[in-house]
Design a binder for this molecule. Structure first.
Ligand code: ATP
Length: 206
C-alpha cells in the first residue's frame, strides 16, 4: 500500500509533521510518500526546490514509514496529481492500493485541478480534517465511493473516499514566512528546520 501526501512545503511546518504522523498511524505498514510539488523558479520571497527538499528530508528524518519522494521536482512544468498517480501506477503496478491524501483546504479546490474526474480510477482519496471541520465533497469527486473504514482501502486498489480526523494545528507556511519577516524567533516548525532557515537566511523579505 502506497500513501501519497503532496504539498508545496515552503517551508515544512508542525502541521505537516502532524499530518504525516496521523497517516503513519492510520495506515500502518504502508509507505507514506511525502511529495514536494514543482513551483516556478524565482518566486518572490520563496525558497528554491533544493531548499524545500532539504528541509523536508530533515523534517522526515527518523520517521520510519515516511519517504520524501522528489518525483514532481524531477519533472519540468506543473505538477498534476493525475500524472503523479499514473507514474505510481507504472512503478507499483495495477493491483497496488494507492491512497492520495490531502488537507481539507486543498480538497475544497479540487474542482480546479487537471482532470479530477480521473482520480478515482487511479487511487483512493483520504481527506484530513482539522479538528471538527467537515468538507463538502466537490462535484468532481463524485466517482468515489464513500467509506468510513480506512482499512477497506487496503483490500481494493482505488475508488474509495474517506475522512481522517486530525488534531488542530493552526499553522500554515504563509504564517511561518510572515513570522520570519517580522523577525520572530519562535517558529512553529521542527527545531532542525528553524536552524536551516536561519543558516540559509530564507524568507527574510516575505
Ligand atoms: P501555504 O500557507 O503556503 O498555502 P500550507 O501551510 O497550506 O502552505 P502546503 O504545502 O500548501 O502548506 O500544504 C500541503 C498539504 O498540507 C495540503 O493538503 C494542506 O491542506 C495541508 N496542511 C497545511 N497546513 C496544515 C495544518 N496546519 N493542518 C493540517 N493540514 C495542513
Amino acid at each position: 500500500m502506497q500513501v501519497l501526501f503532496g504539498g508545496t512545503f515552503d517551508p515544512v511546518h508542525d502541521g505537516h509533521v502532524m499530518m504525516v504522523e496521523s497517516l503513519m498511524r492510520a495506515f500502518p505498514n504502508a509507505t507514506v510518500h511525502v511529495i514536494p510539488n514543482h513551483q516556478p523558479p524565482h518566486r518572490a520571497s520563496m525558497a528554491s526546490s533544493e531548499h524545500r527538499l532539504a528541509m523536508l528530508k530533515a523534517a522526515m528524518d527518523g520517521m520510519s514509514q515516511a519517504v520524501v519522494n522528489a518525483i514532481e521536482l524531477d519533472r519540468s512544468g506543473p505538477s498534476y496529481t493525475v500524472d503523479t498517480l499514473r507514474a505510481f501506477r507504472e512503478q507499483f503496478g495495477t493491483e497496488e492500493s494507492l491512497v492520495f491524501c490531502l488537507g481539507a483546504d486543498a480538497a475544497r479546490a479540487v474542482d480546479q485541478w487537471c482532470r479530477p474526474e480521473l482520480l478515482a480510477e487511479l487511487s483512493h482519496l483520504c481527506i484530513l480534517n482539522r479538528a471538527d471541520q467537515r468538507v463538502e465533497i466537490p462535484q468532481s469527486l463524485s466517482a468515489y465511493r464513500w467509506t468510513d473504514e480506512l482499512c477497506e482501502m487496503r483490500e481494493i486498489r482505488c475508488g474509495l473516499l474517506a475522512f481522517l480526523d486530525t488534531p488542530n494545528v493552526p499553522v500554515s507556511s504563509t504564517g511561518v514566512r510572515e513570522l520570519i519577516a517580522k523577525d520572530e524567533s519562535r517558529l512553529p516548525v521542527p527545531p532542525k528546520i528553524a536552524d536551516y532557515i536561519r543558516q540559509h537566511r530564507l524568507y527574510q523579505d516575505a
